[in-house]
Design a binder for this molecule. Structure first.
Ligand code: FES
Ligand SMILES: [Fe+2]
Length: 375
């Protein structure tokens, strides 16, 4: 293998992909008749819930003179700008009232829009669809429709059954979306970053073989009996024979990591997202659903504790990494441990190319691949 393949020098860009749903805020932080600030892809947003609890998201800048709308008033239906009192429908952004107009002035109020974004509540988060930037026409752009509903966590019971639990964890990372994502899919940092006496030490490092396959817009670590590094795995062994436990981990553009673990009739399912806030700041949200440990008084707390510990170790690492990245060092991706990171960059490039040319996306993987590394 040529040296250039072995040590491929690559500096992650920080391009943030539009045309996708992103998690904006945890639903328990968004209250009725109140306005909340959020930011996605460097777009300032004001997020809220109307009188009956339906969420909405508007661009947090009045189309009149740019006043942040979150400073205004909200009556459960219309948002009123705090500068000159223009009012906008919270859901579609259409202007309803310009108080300064006299009866004989015929400004077409209904043609003015505060930018609004498709918005959905799903598994504990308010999701906002960020469309591709349209032609400039600020103030008169009607709201876009999302081409598909927001992503959901896969669950293996009726939501009405009450037989599963849902919890989330969130953490801010001072690095670009690309470093956030490749950090999330990186298998080699485990023994060094995630050490704990009750978990594993760096001496537990050993060779691993994993099978990957292409899936639409991403790749899958195929169903297998997980190695002992998987977070809820040690606890799952209490429920089922080790060889009946299977797990799949999918990565799908722009930022989704799905992990599903099944052990007999018990399951654990998570959807982790890395959300670009600005070009050098992202946020990791882990949302998990499970039907295990329900009888165990501290099961959920224990699971959350383990995850919180991991996420905090990652956050601390990325905080330190950001220090090093300030000076724009050359970076490298090596085989096989960084191959998923390479696929991510290739998928992103293929997606952008397909968009540019209007042709179908050419998947960078032509079939199943086996990777080996020590971790
Ligand atoms: S800036 Fe909002 S009403 Fe004038
Ligand atoms: Fe990690």
């Amino acid at each position: 293998m040529p040296e250039s393949d072995l040590l491929q020098r690559q500096a992650p860009g920080s391009l943030m992909l539009t045309g996708f749903w992103y998690r904006a805020l945890a639903t328990d932080r968004v209250h009725r008749n109140r306005l909340h600030k959020a930011m996605l892809l460097e777009i300032p947003l004001v997020v809220g819930r109307d009188r009956v609890g339906h969420p909405f998201a508007l661009r947090d800048a009045c189309p009149h003179r740019g006043m942040p709308l979150h400073c205004g008033r909200f009556d459960g239906e219309n948002v009123e700008c705090s500068y000159h009192g223009w009012q906008f429908d919270a859901h579609n952004g259409q202007c309803q009232l310009i108080p300064s107009l006299t009866a004989d002035q015929n400004v077409k109020v209904e043609r003015i829009y505060a930018g609004s974004y498709p918005c959905e509540e799903q598994d504990g988060f308010i999701w906002v669809y960020i469309p591709d930037p349209g032609p400039p026409g600020a103030g008169f752009a009607k709201p876009e429709e999302a081409p598909e509903p927001a992503p959901q966590i896969e669950k293996f019971e009726e939501s009405s059954s009450g037989k599963y639990k849902l919890a989330y964890l969130t953490s801010n990372m001072p690095v670009s979306i690309d470093h956030g994502i490749i950090g999330l899919m990186d298998p080699a940092h485990g023994p060094f970053v995630h050490q704990a006496w009750w978990w594993r030490s760096r001496h537990s490092i050993h060779e691993k073989t994993k099978n990957f396959e292409p899936i639409p817009n991403g790749f899958r670590m195929s169903a297998h009996t997980p190695s002992s590094n998987s977070a809820p795995y040690k606890l799952l062994r209490l429920y089922a024979a080790a060889d009946s436990i299977t797990t799949t981990i999918d990565f799908v553009l722009p930022n989704l990591r799905r992990e599903i673990i099944r052990a007999g009739r018990y399951w654990f399912s998570s959807l982790t997202t890395v959300t670009p806030i600005t070009r050098n700041h992202c946020r990791i949200d882990v949302v998990a659903a499970w039907n295990i440990f329900r009888w165990m008084p501290f099961g959920a707390e224990l699971l959350k504790f383990v995850f919180a510990k991991f996420v905090e170790q990652d956050r601390r690492t990325m905080e330190l990494q950001a220090e090093g990245l300030q000076h724009d060092p050359h970076l490298m991706l090596i085989d096989d441990a960084d191959r998923p990171a390479k696929w991510y960059f290739q998928l992103k490039a293929a997606h952008l190319e397909a968009k540019r040319t209007g042709s179908e996306m050419k998947h960078p993987m032509s079939g199943p691949v086996t990777l080996k590394w020590r971790s």
